[in-house]
Design a protein around this ligand. Structure first.
Ligand code: MLT
Length: 262
């Protein structure tokens, strides 16, 4: 099904598709669940795939102020309760979705069977980066989507991305609520450094990076992925920050066998 469900007073929009072991897809910033459009069909051939629009993104309404990674994780936990998903899940998060996956795993370790961490990192923002996020949050509330798109579109896609992919990503950014984007920027600015916890994550973790990703460069990803006791790292050639959308087939070939082997 695709539609809205009421979760603690907020109408969360999501796709819930397929049957089998549950898989929760967590999109990045400032995007929505359609980031996974090229992956849903293959993933749902073996899994029950739940792909929500996070609070303030896509068709899920925002909350003003700050939304922390922990609050996003609590929303996801509440969504699983409403959908009556009781067994441990595989979590697949991209970038901010990875930050949220780390928060979810810390808060609800018994609910996590495995993780796929795409184009993300366990680092906290340096003070200067955090300050830039706050400044961008203020600017976009005053000026609209322009500063958001200027700041993120060139970073998330390589210069040679297909025009259809560029338009798709621009559309997702334009569809993001300004209040929602500002709240998530403030939340990301205050996220914790997760590196000390990586050796404690005892479930299988597939870490995916992209050769042309300036936000999560493969050399850095390789370093922190080594700290995961059951981690494995795959670097996809020819893609930037959004491999699942840029080149869905290679992404699916890397991720789906990992999920099916769990
Ligand atoms: C994302 O893709 O979710 C963002 O680039 C994350 C970030 O800005 O740190």
């Amino acid at each position: 099904m695709q539609g809205h469900i009421n979760v603690a007073g907020t109408n969360h929009h999501l796709v819930d598709q397929g049957e089998g072991a549950p898989l929760l897809l967590i999109h990045g910033f400032p995007l929505d669940h359609t980031l996974w459009q090229g992956n849903l069909s293959m993933m749902s051939s073996s899994h029950r795939v739940i792909a929500p629009d996070l609070r303030g993104f896509g068709q899920t309404p925002p909350r003003a102020g700050t939304v922390t990674m922990e609050q996003f994780a609590d929303d996801l936990r509440a969504i699983l309760t409403v959908l009556e998903v009781k067994e441990p899940i595989a979590l697949c998060g991209l970038s901010m979705g990875g930050y949220i996956a780390f928060a979810f795993q810390q808060r609800y370790p018994e609910r996590v069977k495995a993780m796929v961490l795409c184009h993300t990192n366990p680092h906290a923002d340096a003070p200067e980066a955090a300050q830039k996020r706050h400044a961008l949050a203020d600017r976009l509330l005053a000026e609209g989507h322009g500063p958001l798109i200027e700041a993120f579109l060139p970073k998330v896609l390589p210069a040679d991305a297909a025009p259809s992919v560029v338009e798709k990503v621009r559309g997702m950014m334009e569809g993001t609520s300004l209040e929602g984007a500002a709240a998530a920027l403030r939340g990301m600015a205050q996220r914790a450094d997760v590196k000390p916890r990586l050796p404690l994550i005892q479930v299988p973790v597939l870490v995916v990076s992209g050769a042309k990703d300036p936000i999560a460069p493969p050399a850095d990803v390789q370093e922190w992925a080594k700290l995961l006791p059951k981690g494995q790292h795959i670097e996809l050639p020819g893609v930037g920050h959004l491999s699942c959308l840029e080149q869905p087939e290679p992404f699916n070939r890397a991720v789906v066998p990992f999920l099916q082997a769990l």
